[in-house]
Design a protein around this ligand. Structure first.
Ligand SMILES: O=c1ccn([C@H]2C[C@H](O)[C@@H](COP(=O)(O)OP(=O)(O)OP(=O)(O)O)O2)c(=O)[nH]1
Length: 183
């Protein structure tokens, strides 16, 4: 028998889903394979924000060690876009692999090979990387260049100058952070 209430809920959900979901937008990014045998950066699942990048070299990172690897691809992002090289969460959680400068910034004018500065954050185990391993992900985003306009005073805001844990939420946030010294 038809569960009218459930049908209604599902229908409403589907209807809302269709109505509120904006169309998926894509941007064409020209790409050149520096290493012809690497796969194109690819999104593992529909809706993923990051396209996976592979390493073109084998690398063993001792605990705490970092190393730069090539990805075999160069891109030409349109003006107004940038690429951001992020770590992969699974590798971060399982073996401590991350990107030193996360996220690495790929400027729209950059035409060189995308390279990734990896780091092994694990305290005791090495990380073994093999050519072709998916080691990071590239997120392409629109960005603005700011026009910096100097003023004598900034308009007030609710946050004001409160930062660095000013909203609390953890016992240690009451203590002051270490700060650099001015000469
Ligand atoms: O993870 C990264 C980060 C950067 N780059 C490339 C693309 C980027 O456009 C260029 C410069 O990066 P960034 O501006 O972060 O480095 P910088 O040390 O400030 O160098 P530069 O003086 O060349 O701007 O290096 C990568 O291949 N991978």
């Amino acid at each position: 028998m038809l569960d009218v209430a459930a049908f209604g809920r599902a229908h409403t959900f589907n209807h809302l889903f269709r109505v509120v979901s904006p169309p998926v937008s894509t941007v064409q990014v020209l790409l050149s394979r520096i290493d012809p045998s690497v796969p194109l950066p690819a999104y593992a699942r529909p809706g993923d924000a990051g396209a996976d990048l592979v390493t073109t070299s084998d690398l063993v990172l001792a605990p705490g060690e970092r190393g730069v690897v090539g990805t075999g691809v160069a891109i030409a992002l349109p003006p107004g876009y940038a690429g951001f090289v992020h770590p992969r969460s699974g590798l971060a959680a399982r073996v401590g692999l991350s990107v030193v400068n996360t996220p690495g910034t790929i400027d729209s004018g950059y035409r060189g090979e995308i390279r990734v500065c990896l780091i092994n954050h694990d305290l005791s185990e090495k990380v073994v990387l093999t050519r072709g391993d998916r080691i990071a992900q590239l997120v392409v985003q629109r960005v603005e260049q700011a026009e910096f306009v100097e003023v004598a005073e900034l308009e007030p805001s609710e946050r004001g100058e409160g930062g660095y844990g000013s909203t609390g939420g953890h016992a240690t946030l009451g203590a002051g952070a270490r700060e650099g010294t001015e000469n």
